[in-house]
Design a protein around this ligand. Structure first.
Ligand SMILES: [Zn+2]
Ligand SMILES: [Zn+2]
Length: 776
């Protein structure tokens, strides 16, 4: 019988996910000797025994992996110097110079642990920190790699003999489950009153449930930071939370006891159900049922509500308490747009005036992370905020690149580290305009850099000179490559789908800097990994007051009317938008004058601002209190029209008109505005107008790219930008593109909004630099 020995190096998400015990069992099954160890370059397996057995072992290995294991590469070589071994052994972790290995994101409570949590006979009955190899905290507790307990915040808790036995037993579900704990040896809950003083005599969970039932607000220390929680059925309670948080309208997320509770209030598709109940457990945007009795203050003016399920044992226990509400608003524990609070001191300091009590625990959160958010469109899940449950899982790139750091944009900031064929995106960091977010950005980058032993060779940033991320990039003393905003949006989608260049791209966004002096945001591009060419765009209009216009959509309505009728638009149009008279006439005159004299009124092709303008024209909203509010309300209104998918019919209400200009094929606004004003005059409902606008936009842009496709011979089209968070638009583009023989691609794992820009930046910079090197 021929004997053999091989050495396997396995990379991917293979640490902290039950991979070693799985391999141990497999080796025993095939009667092989050898060792397995976690190292910084991946898991190293050495096996020896009968050659045919080794072959069967190698064939079986990738097939039966535990659910959370994801193998990216498996290198197999002959082991020249096999160490004599008897049986199979799991060796202690080895710390090496270069870190290639990755550890998994935080994982929602698994079914086995949930069962034990509710089993009175179990050692961990009602223990709020129960976990195993298949679930529990990971990213949020890791200080350094390799991923072992001593390098996590669980190092503070020594294992009791019972937990230690499970931890050491390769056949146990908790074998090397690094955060393993029980009531005897693990973290504990406590309750703090509104002043932040500890109340040792109360049962923390009972207190939390009672206080919530009374309609009060509590701060809960969870997995990645603090939530503010309040009864989602109580209007006064939700209003009080909004008042205290200074957040008048921005939608709040809701955690529901179980899927049945969600089904009661929202339309739930099988795809959405799978995401909600899966290991990543994100917030999923779901359409509210008409008879829903959820407090309307949760998402005023918006058809959807963000729902999630309890994803930690602590949440599960809170909801199983008799007094606890069935649905809780669970919003990030912060004031308006600051980063989420991670420590008790921070929470008591910053949330002191907001919360009526604190449900806390003594397991340190090493890395704060918000909940992830996404939506299902035509049975596909699209992430809008990539955080808990997804970060730091790497994305695979189509080709290998040198080490690049990309620092993203300004709002919805993320950064991206690329090394070889892997891209690791940071969690959602927030808006860098806030100094706290900027410092959070810096500390997260330092953490990732240290964790992954990452040394960038170059850094990629936006072309915008005033972004804080751009200034950070320029402060690092490395070669800097500046990337146009919408080029980065497009390449992020190409990288995610592994598309070959060139592709056509439709980027519908808020605003993005371009050196031509106009502000882009409604572009049709031809894109490669290195460069882009503008083939078409939306007709530019004035952006009166620059960035201020994004907060005052009526300014965009004025700009649209001005573009059609000139300075006397209030008289010449013969019709003015509903509620126009409520806007201060002096402000209206001032804005008109600014456009006439072109003072602080650059031209923009932004689709986000077009949405704002149309929203104001239909009377939806003249002022917003959060980014994208008018566009989201306009989409909700359009869905109320009940007219199905936009862009599907042959003819629409508002005529499409394209004109060839030196800058490309331009979508003219004339037909839209004439039709819209006429409908307004006739008293057509705002919902119908909103839907017709979506329909017009889909038909106009697909007409535009159909011509571009004919000219270039390219039929792959990527769609991205902040406006592509709109499910109705996605469905419209997808359906109409396929009808004309184009293949559309939408962002899935990487947000369509600016949260995805860093990935595109990194890939473009890495590709450009590789091209330059090969020229030398
Ligand atoms: Zn578990
Ligand atoms: Zn224990």
């Amino acid at each position: 019988m021929a004997e053999a020995a091989v050495r396997l190096t396995v990379q991917g998400t293979v640490q902290g996910v039950g991979f070693r015990p799985y391999v141990y069992r497999l080796a025993e099954q095939y009667n092989l000797c050898g060792t397995i160890a976690n190292t910084s370059v991946g898991v190293v397996i050495r096996v020896q025994g009968a050659a045919f057995r080794i072959e069967s072992f190698l064939a079986a290995l990738p097939r039966g992996c535990p659910p959370l294991v994801s193998i990216s590469t498996m290198k197999c070589e002959v082991d020249e110097k096999p160490v004599p071994a008897a049986g199979f052994t799991i060796l202690p972790s080895v710390h090496e110079e270069t870190v290639q290995a990755l550890f998994p994101p935080d994982i929602a409570l698994c079914a086995d642990c949930r069962r034990e949590l509710h089993d009175p006979a179990d050692h961990r009955y009602h223990y709020p920190f129960i976990n195993c190899t298949n679930c529990g905290p990971r990213f949020t507790i890791v200080h350094a790699l390799p991923y072992d307990r001593c390098r996590t915040s669980m190092a503070d808790f020594s294992l009791c003999p019972a937990c230690a036995d499970e931890y050491k037993d390769p056949l146990n579900r908790r074998f090397h489950a690094e955060p393993v704990a029980c009531p005897t040896c693990g973290p504990q809950l406590s309750w703090l009153n509104e002043a932040g003083c500890s109340c040792p005599l109360v049962d923390p969970l009972e207190m939390a449930a009672t206080v919530l039932k009374a309609g009060k607000i509590i701060a809960i220390k969870g997995l990645g930071g603090f939530h503010l929680a309040v009864d989602a059925m109580s209007s006064p309670a939700v209003s009080r939370l909004r008042d205290r948080k200074h957040r008048p309208h921005k939608p709040l997320a809701v955690m529901a006891r179980d899927l049945d509770a969600i089904r009661h209030y929202c339309r739930l598709s099988p795809a959405a159900e799978m995401e909600l109940a899966g290991p990543t457990a994100p917030i999923v945007l779901l359409e509210r049922l008409p008879q829903s009795t959820l407090a309307p203050e949760i998402a005023p003016g918006i058809a959807d509500v963000g729902m999630m399920l309890p994803y930690t044992p602590l949440h599960e226990l809170l909801f199983s308490h008799d007094d606890a509400p069935v649905l809780l608003v669970m919003t990030s524990g912060n004031l308006s747009d600051e980063p989420i609070c991670g420590t008790i001191e921070e929470a008591v300091d910053r949330l002191g005036g907001l919360a009526d009590g604190f449900l806390v625990h003594n397991r340190e959160i090493v890395m704060a992370v918000d909940d992830s958010v996404g939506l299902c469109v035509a049975n596909q899940f699209h992430l809008l905020r990539r955080s808990r449950g997804y970060v730091p899982a790497p994305l695979s790139l189509p080709s290998s690149l040198q080490s690049v750091l990309a620092v993203g944009a300004e709002l919805k900031s993320t950064f991206c580290l690329v090394r070889g064929r892997q891209a690791v995106l940071s969690q959602h960091l927030g808006d860098l305009e806030d100094p706290r977010t900027e410092s959070f950005f810096r500390s997260c980058y330092a953490h990732f850099k240290n964790l992954l032993q990452f040394e960038p060779r170059l850094v990629a940033c936006d072309l915008h000179p005033d972004y804080r991320s751009t200034r950070f990039a320029q402060s690092l003393g490395l070669p800097v490559i500046q990337i146009q905003h919408h080029h980065a949006h497009a390449v992020a989608v190409m990288a995610e789908h592994g598309l070959d260049a060139p592709v056509l791209a439709v980027i519908l966004d808020g605003t993005g800097y371009h050196p031509d002096g106009t502000i882009w945001g409604g572009e049709v591009l031809m894109v490669t990994f290195e460069s882009y060419k503008r083939l078409g765009h939306l007709e530019p209009v004035f952006l009166p007051g620059g960035d201020r216009a994004a907060w005052e959509p009526w300014r965009m309505a004025a700009a649209l009317l001005y573009g059609q009728h000139g300075e006397c638009y209030e008289e010449h149009g013969g019709w003015l938008p509903p509620g126009w008279e409520k806007i201060d006439p002096q402000h209206r005159r001032l804005i008109t004058k600014m456009m006439m004299q072109e003072i602080n009124s650059p031209l923009t092709s932004s689709c986000g601002r077009l949405f704002d303008g149309v929203a104001a024209l239909t009377g939806v909203r003249h002022y917003v209190t959060y980014e994208g509010q008018a566009a989201m309300e306009l989409e909700s209104l359009a869905r109320c029209a009940g007219k199905g998918i936009p862009g599907v019919g042959i003819d629409g209400c508002y005529p499409v008109s394209l004109s060839a200009r030196p800058t490309g094929l331009v979508v003219q606004l004339e037909g839209l505005l004439a039709g819209l004003c006429e409908d307004g005059r006739k008293g057509v409902s705002a919902a119908d107008i909103a839907w017709e606008f979506h329909d017009w936009l889909v038909r106009s842009l697909v007409e535009n790219i159909t011509l571009a496709a004919a000219e270039t011979g390219i039929d792959n089209v990527v769609f991205s930008g902040g406006c592509l968070q709109n499910g109705l638009l996605m469905e419209g583009f997808s359906t109409r593109c396929r009808a004309v023989g184009l293949t559309p691609y939408f962002p899935l794992q990487v947000p369509a909004n600016d949260g995805g820009v860093s990935l595109g930046q990194a890939v473009i910079a890495g590709t450009r630099s590789a091209a330059n090197l090969s020229c030398v």
